[in-house]
Design a protein around this ligand. Structure first.
Ligand SMILES: NC(=O)c1ccc[n+]([C@@H]2O[C@H](COP(=O)([O-])OP(=O)(O)OC[C@H]3O[C@@H](n4cnc5c(N)ncnc54)[C@H](OP(=O)(O)O)[C@@H]3O)[C@@H](O)[C@H]2O)c1
Length: 298
């Protein structure tokens, strides 16, 4: 099997891991932003025409959630118009699009885990732009897989885990939100599941219908408990910290206002992905230990 894959967004958390995970599948062409800028429709068409991929994996996005509140035009261009155009181009070439979306398409008011049929009702510009991207891909007519994921972290890039580790060397006390619930999901896991899915599709082991699949680690936690776990894992890995885990203070979202409203309940039901592609999703703590080792060994 030799798939021809176009990867957009190779320098993001997920894109970085995709550069590794997609390699065994065939030829991966991964342009940087100077060659493929999602804000530039010409560059999107040019790169798809040049590569003539069988799969387009789009890991690029406008991910600055708070900044998007005052930069809606750009967020919609990158997160909605560009994915729609990429999918139209994929359709022209008979390629399948793999794209990533977010728990922020939900308002987070419902109880329990959201499945792929749960009603979407984003409360932020970022969430609205990502939902518009899902719709644009669906309406393009191209074959597609959209993975909705949550609370992404990894060794590469910026994320909550690395922010907590930095603040833990600077602060004696830290206030962290306790009433938002979700599952931290590692970029490496997302990339590996993406590669597994492509392999299943290429090998024809899966009768396929385009759709959305929730992809998040198993279990659930709050940002506060997640921060506690990070500090304890860092201490266990021998990293010197100023902040003691007991100096973490749980606060409510109301006490930590941000420009963009975040969902209180970000839990994603992943049973469709598990039954469709036979994927085992580990508990959220397991990949954290792995990334922690990488960070602490630097
Ligand atoms: N981070 C999370 O917690 C989270 C949660 C749920 C879903 N997601 C989704 O998962 C996917 C991957 O997220 P991530 O955390 O890996 O993102 P990330 O680390 O913020 O990386 C985003 C990437 O998009 C690229 N990009 C931004 N604007 C672009 C443009 N106009 N043209 C081309 N490339 C552009 C960036 O390029 P530069 O490096 O050049 O800036 C960067 O490489 C996204 O679809 C995101 O919405 C993320």
């Amino acid at each position: 099997m030799q798939a021809r894959i176009l990867l957009i967004g190779k320098r993001g958390q997920v894109g970085w891991e995709l550069q590794r995970a997609l390699l065994p599948l065939g030829t991966v062409y991964a342009p940087d932003r100077s060659e493929c800028d999602l804000a530039n429709t010409q560059s999107i068409r040019a790169v798809v025409d040049k590569v003539k991929p069988q799969f387009i994996v789009n890991a690029a996005a406008y991910t600055a959630v708070d900044a998007a509140e005052h930069d809606a035009d750009r967020a919609f261009i990158v997160n909605a118009i560009a994915p729609g155009l990429l999918a139209q181009e994929a359709g022209r070439h008979g390629a399948l699009v793999i794209h990533y979306s977010t728990d922020y398409v939900f308002d987070g008011h419902a109880a329990g885990f959201h499945n792929e049929q749960s009603v979407t009702s984003p409360k932020s510009v970022y969430g609205s732009s990502k939902l518009a991207g899902e719709v644009a891909i669906r309406e393009s007519g191209a074959a597609y897989v959209i993975f909705r994921t949550s609370w992404v972290f990894g060794f590469w890039g910026n994320n909550f885990l690395k922010t907590i580790l930095r603040l833990a060397t600077e602060r004696d006390e830290l206030r962290v939100v306790v009433d938002q619930i979700g599952a931290p999901t590692s970029a490496a896991l997302i990339a590996d599941v993406t590669a597994h899915t492509i392999r299943e599709l290429v090998n024809g082991r899966k009768s396929f219908s385009s759709g959305i699949f929730h992809l998040a680690a198993a279990g659930e936690t709050s940002w506060y408990e997640y921060a506690q776990y990070i500090l304890e894992a860092a201490r266990a890995a021998g990293r010197p910290l100023r902040l003691h885990p007991q100096a973490l203070i749980p606060i409510s979202s109301v006490e930590y206002p941000t420009p963009a409203v975040r969902p209180l309940n970000s839990r994603l039901d992943t049973s469709k992905l598990r039954t469709s592609f036979g994927v085992h999703l580990p508990h959220w703590t397991i990949p954290i230990n792995h990334v922690m080792q990488q960070v602490c060994d630097r």
